[in-house]
Write a protein that binds this ligand. Structure first.
Ligand code: MN
Length: 204
């Protein structure tokens, strides 16, 4: 990874039209180039403001700056994970294999049970937020989390294996207010290879 003092919008690992019909080109393009870009710009603006205040020896509302910084960095990191754990239908969807399948079986009893719990978590996220599959390194157990908004001033410590964006901007063009239909479509384009790769890294 190229090290830069500022954030930049990552390229998608597929074309804007490749997740259709589960995510339309228009929906994906706006989500990536407008919404995700806004978090990148927002984070960079606050970093710049912190730099300017620090080196210009100017007072700053720290609480407000840090809250806004966490909101924007949280948004940027979660979106970056989200794009990578999606794949065009055919390559994405289906069921996981290998260690991930074993872990689902061991923790949830079956893949179907895991899918049901994750779906329920996603559909019931209050307001705007995310559903995440994470791994607790202390117990070795996978945990499903609801991330509300993403400006809680906490940078999550559990490695995130998979996320699903449930802000309305993630689905309103394609699904209007039908969040459950969007969540159902997510299972057709989830990239299990990427989720498995993240599990391997989390277990190291
Ligand atoms: Mn989003």
């Amino acid at each position: 990874m190229e090290i830069s003092k500022f954030y930049s919008l990552p390229k998608l690992p597929y074309g804007y039209n490749e997740l259709a019909p589960y995510m339309s080109e228009e929906q994906l393009r706006i989500h990536h180039t407008i919404h995700h870009q806004a978090y990148v710009n927002g984070a960079n603006a606050i970093l710049k403001k912190l730099d300017d205040a620090r080196w210009g020896n100017v007072e700053l509302d720290m609480k407000a700056a840090l809250k806004e910084l966490s909101w924007n960095i949280g948004g940027h990191l979660l979106h970056s994970l989200f794009w990578e754990n999606l794949a065009p239908p055919g390559r994405g969807g289906g069921k996981p294999g290998g260690k991930l399948a074993d872990l689902c079986e061991k923790e949830f009893g079956s893949f179907e049970r895991f899918k049901k719990e994750y779906t329920q978590a996603a559909v019931s996220v209050e307001g705007s937020g995310w559903a995440a599959l994470t791994l607790c390194r202390r117990t070795g157990r996978p945990l499903i989390m609801q991330i509300e908004k993403h400006n809680t001033n906490v940078y999550p410590a559990f490695p995130i294996l998979m996320v699903l964006d449930l802000f309305e901007h993630a689905y309103y063009i394609d699904y209007k207010n039908k969040r459950a239909d969007f969540v159902e479509s997510f299972w057709k384009i989830v990239n299990w290879d990427e989720v498995s790769k993240r599990l391997d890294e989390a277990l190291k």
